[in-house]
Design a protein. Structure first.
Length: 114
């Protein structure tokens, strides 16, 4: 499996933050069972929107879940390892890169456009 991209689908809203997928649809998209998504939510890896008791996932949530699945299934990380990776600072925050350096950085451009 190749590493997931951070780009939202072209049919998403501008920010990819609109909650549109139920837990069943999101689980099917990710090829995991709904119970897995509930566990990941309970462990604090994702926080879907709620309407009553129903969970709704945005395109941004689904992309985050793809990364979580990749880190667990392909890279062998446990939940705490995934949390650590997802909480890491970006290299430009650590190195305090100038805006001109960030403008030429493909990773920064990908994150900024997501």
């Amino acid at each position: 499996m190749k590493e997931p991209s951070c780009k939202a689908s072209p049919c998403a809203d501008d920010t990819g933050s609109e909650p549109v997928y139920t837990i069943g649809i999101a689980a099917r998209m990710l090829k995991v069972c709904p119970a897995t998504l509930r566990i990941w939510e309970r462990k604090g890896l994702v926080k879907p929107s709620r309407l009553g008791k129903n969970r709704f996932y945005s395109n941004r949530d689904v992309e985050r879940l793809r990364m979580i699945r990749y880190l667990i299934q392909e890279k062998g990380l446990n939940i705490e390892g995934v949390k650590a990776v997802l909480e890491m600072k970006h290299c430009w925050e650590i190195r305090k890169c100038s805006s001109s350096d960030r403008a030429h950085c493909p990773v920064y451009q990908q994150v900024a456009s997501a």
